[in-house]
Design a protein around this ligand. Structure first.
Ligand code: ZN
Ligand code: ZN
Length: 116
């Protein structure tokens, strides 16, 4: 399944990146959490394991958010780090809402694979 955002905006007051997806789903990502999951090689190293979470030592804000090709968002953080390319499918998997959290834990328990 391919997913893409129809709207991406920064809420500086709440310190959230708000994404609305093509299927109507909405995700609010805390800046610090998103920064902690930065998928770039510098943050993740070269092992291909699951994404590591490394919270930033100090709070960060997303200074610029730009679309990369038709598959990802590039985010430049206030700590000067800008090499993180967040693929849409990764972002969606990081969605912190209750619905997605529940879906993830159920998938993890039952491992039901379904195509489409
Ligand atoms: Zn990084
Ligand atoms: Zn969600």
């Amino acid at each position: 399944m391919t997913i893409w955002p129809t709207e991406v905006r920064r809420d500086h007051e709440a310190r959230l990146l708000r994404v609305r997806w093509h299927d109507g789903h909405e995700s609010d990502y805390e800046y610090d959490v998103l920064r902690g999951y930065c998928p770039c090689a510098m943050c993740q190293g070269h092992n291909a394991g699951p994404l590591r979470y490394q919270p930033p030592p100090r709070p960060v804000t997303a200074q610029t958010v730009s679309q990369v090709g038709n598959y990802a968002l590039g985010i430049a953080w206030s700590d000067g780090h800008w090499t993180g390319i967040y693929r849409f499918d990764l972002l969606r998997r990081l969605c912190p809402c209750d619905e997605c959290r529940t879906a993830r834990s159920e998938a993890g328990e039952r491992r039901v694979g379904k195509d489409g």
